[in-house]
Design a protein around this ligand. Sequence first.
Ligand code: ZN
Length: 234
Amino acid sequence: MITTKALVLFSGGQDSTTCLAWALEMFAHVETVGFSYGQRHAVEMEARPHVLEGLRASFPEWAPKLGMDHVLSLGVLADIGGSALTDNVAIVLGEKGLPTTFVPGRNLLFLTTAAALGLRRDIRALVGGMCETDYSGYPDCRSETIAAVEKSLVLGLDEPINIHTPLMHIDKADTWRLAEKLGGTALVDLIREETVTCYLGERSVAHDWGYGCGACPACILRAAGYARYRGDVA
Ligand code: ZN
């Protein structure tokens, strides 16, 4: 179906910022939603307004399309706890080979609450940065999971909800390439300087790929993807 409005699940990280740029190319009106769930790396939430400001300032063709930013509180995830993203738990491989950064139910809740918010805003297209290519094996990032959630939302809300996941089948190097294709080096630079991917929320150490501790799994993926991306543009 042809739809003109989209709601982007926007955390302030590299992936969701690239998704936001993608949505600004694809849709006439784009709103954003972030989730506050007691995450240890609250610095990511702090990055969101800076990224939005940067997009408005550097991309005049996107600025008029970029609408309201929403923040939903999902403190229930911290109440449940047990994850390295919400509790002081070491980032290691846990049961079934899943890292302890996995927050059970997180993407399912994000998509469900985003769809409900979307209906309040007359928006039926959701955009999320889920990716099954190099994403630590999170089961809620698989395209099969997303397709099943979309079906649940269509049935449960009785609305033609669409979930778009432009990063689903690409790796981190291609995510950087996609950013360059969408917004040139200005967008790549904005992502490098303003977005936070690091699980520890480290903002004090600068690398060529941006800020981060450089050692957590998210930093390692981001750095390796950037190195491969730079390798073919150097
Ligand atoms: Zn890190």
